[in-house]
Design a protein around this ligand. Structure first.
Ligand code: SF4
Ligand code: SF4
Length: 382
């Protein structure tokens, strides 16, 4: 298993620095990175050469404040305050900026987005501008009035995480006793008010043996979907290095997930495991999604307005507060490099499934030190 610590990483501008050099502070996300200062020239053609794909999904970290302390948290979120958070007016500018050139689904996330006092003002404004909004919550702040308000505001779906089959395992993962009970309670409330919800589960060695029971639990809760994530060891998830599955174990889990998904009992999505779509293809099936969407159809915006290809891929790709979303999406050197499959290296670069898979760019960066390197947790040999 490739769990060695990487002492250096490829910055977005193409040079290797140690974690202690330069302005890049991997511990607090990507805000310190300087990707937008100079182009990634080694493999990154300009937008004209690659074409600019439509922006279909935005994960927007409205806040880093959170009342939980999950072991795998990408944002290392905790009780704030976190400086530099976008103000209400700046959030509305971001919405205007997105709506001016695209109509993606926006995932309002955090931290815990319900901790923002202006959350419903932001939701209402987003809907006024015609955007589709969903929200990721941890369940602890959900009561009937909040759920009704979310439903009445037009939120299409809520997601919550469930990483264990019971209170002991889930609460250990989440860092707060009672968080499993909160998810159970919130599920009942969402069912009662008629707001669709999905459950997200992050797979590690801590819960891999319980996935079957978690699946049964998700069905019994009345969730409309189960999204299964493979751990990306960034943020507080770095502390889970050693709890990740190795490539062979991932292969087994992905094969099992395929057998479950094809039962068609529940909407499922295997997320941040792009090689799942290689497996789907190998089975003679048609993948219903592309693999890694980061920077290709997916954009992450941090609580400070810093764009990244996805929340786990800590490469600052522009400041939407200063540049607007369209300019960042269309001309970020980081995005252009990721979109250009000709620059991919290692076995991903040689793989016939590259277009439908892409490998996880965040794991490549974290574990191989180069965003264009091969996915470390794929066992396929091209
Ligand atoms: S880079 Fe990895 S974590 Fe990010 S969207 Fe792609 S597969 Fe998911
Ligand atoms: S080698 Fe890379 S591109 Fe090919 S299936 Fe594995 S992760 Fe995907």
């Amino acid at each position: 298993m490739a769990t060695e610590r990487i002492g250096s990483r490829l910055t977005a501008h193409g040079s290797r620095v140690t974690k202690n050099q330069g302005s890049n502070d991997p511990g607090n996300g990507a805000e310190g990175a300087s990707a937008h200062r100079s182009p990634l020239t080694a493999h990154g053609p300009d937008a004209q050469a690659t074409g600019v794909p439509p922006l279909r999904m935005v994960a927007w970290e409205l806040t880093r404040n959170c009342n939980l302390s999950c072991m795998h948290c990408r944002a290392s979120a905790s009780c704030g305050p976190f400086e530099g958070e976008l103000t209400t007016a700046e959030c509305k500018n971001v919405i205007d900026s997105i709506a001016s050139f695209a109509s993606p689904t926006i995932i309002l996330t955090g931290g815990e987005p319900l901790l923002r006092e202006d959350i419903f003002e932001i939701i209402d404004y987003g809907h006024e501008k015609g955007l589709r909004l969903v929200i990721a919550v941890n369940g602890t702040l959900v009561d009937e009035p909040v759920a009704q308000r979310l439903r009445d505001s037009g939120i299409m779906r809520v997601s919550m995480s469930l990483d264990g089959k019971g209170a002991t395992s889930h609460d250990t993962f989440r860092g707060v006793p009672g968080s499993f009970a909160s998810v159970m309670n919130a599920s009942n409330i969402f069912n009662k008010v008629g707001l669709p919800f999905q459950i997200n589960t992050t797979v590690t060695r801590l819960n891999v043996d319980d996935l079957g029971e978690i699946y049964e639990l998700v069905k019994s809760l009345g969730a409309v979907a189960w999204h299964v994530f493979l751990l990306v060891p960034v943020g507080r998830g770095e502390g889970l290095k050693g709890e990740e599955l190795n490539a062979g174990m991932y292969e087994d889990v992905l094969q099992w997930l395929y057998s479950v998904e094809t039962k068609n009992e529940l909407e499922m999505k295997v997320t941040c495991a792009p090689h799942y779509y290689r497996i789907v293809k190998e089975k003679g099936d048609t993948p219903k999604s592309a693999g890694c969407l980061a920077g290709k159809s997916f954009l992450f915006i941090s609580h400070r307005g810093i764009a990244q290809p996805c929340g786990y891929l800590e490469m600052a790709s522009g400041d939407v507060r200063k540049e607007g979303v369209q300019k960042v999406w269309e001309s970020s050197p980081v995005f252009n490099a990721i979109r250009d499959l000709r620059g991919y290296k290692g076995k991903c670069g040689a793989c016939k499934y590259l277009r439908i898979c892409g490998g996880c760019r965040a794991r490549a960066l974290e574990l191989k030190g180069d965003v264009l390197q091969e996915e470390p947790y794929c066992s396929y040999l091209p």
